[in-house]
Each structure stands twice: as C-alpha cells, then as structure tokens.
Design a protein around this ligand. Structure first.
Ligand SMILES: Cc1cc2nc3c(=O)[nH]c(=O)nc-3n(C[C@H](O)[C@H](O)[C@H](O)COP(=O)(O)OP(=O)(O)OC[C@H]3O[C@@H](n4cnc5c(N)ncnc54)[C@H](O)[C@@H]3O)c2cc1C
Length: 81
C-alpha cells in the first residue's frame, strides 16, 4: 500500500465514504480511487446496529451496498488498516 499512488484517497468506509465514492464516480470514472478504513467490515448502516442486535434486521439488510460495490465502482478498498 505504501508504494501505491491514488488520485483520490478516502479515509473511512461508512456513509461519508460511500457518498464520496458515488460523487466522484458520477463525474470522474477515469482516475484512481482508494478507500482505507480501520474497521474490517464492509460498509453497513450504523443506525441499524440496534435493530440488527435485536434480530429485527438481518445481515443482508444492514448492508446498504452490495459486497461488490467497490469492484463495480473501480475502487481499491483496504479494510482493517
Ligand atoms: C447506534 C447508532 C444509531 C444511529 N442512528 C442514527 C439515526 O437514526 N439518524 C442519523 O442521522 N444518524 C444516526 N447515527 C449516526 C450515523 O450513523 C453517523 O452520523 C454516520 O455513520 C456518520 O457517517 P460517517 O461516514 O461520517 O462516519 P462513521 O460512520 O463514523 O465512519 C467512520 C469511518 O472511518 C473509519 N475510521 C475511523 N478512524 C479511522 C482511522 N484512524 N483510520 C482509518 N479509518 C478510520 C471507520 O472505520 C469508519 O469506516 C447513529 C449511529 C449509531 C452508532
């Protein structure tokens, strides 16, 4: 990772990051984008955590973007960093 170069580097893998990725890709599909985040989990809805723990939503519903979101957006994603 240290030797990689990216045009856009987004820190975090949550709501703000998803918005940034989608915003960038809406106007720029050419340049490179990377997401790095402390958490190891793919993006999930924090407001739904309590509902998930209570069994009111399942794992599919708490994740508001598909697993292949970053691939489809042509984004390099490094989680757990
Ligand atoms: C239980 C719960 C219920 C909530 N309910 C609501 C609600 O009903 N309505 C509402 O509007 N909001 C609610 N919120 C707040 C909402 O979830 C946050 O406002 C929103 O998640 C903020 O998004 P964010 O992307 O800015 O930051 P976060 O969601 O906090 O994401 C931060 C990201 O940065 C990463 N990160 C942090 N530090 C580092 C680091 N040093 N290096 C690398 N990566 C790092 C984390 O891993 C994470 O991916 C709730 C939050 C919780 C926890």
């Amino acid at each position: 990772m240290a030797s990689d170069h990216f045009d856009y580097l987004i820190i975090g893998n949550s709501t703000a990051a998803i918005g940034a990725v989608e915003g960038i890709r809406s106007i720029d599909t050419a340049r490179s984008v990377a997401v790095v985040a402390l958490e190891t989990e793919h993006t999930y809805s924090k407001p739904l955590i309590t509902y998930y723990l209570a069994g009111k939503v399942d794992e599919h519903n708490i994740r508001y973007r598909p697993r292949d979101f970053y691939d489809k957006m042509n984004v390099t994603c490094r989680l757990g960093i």
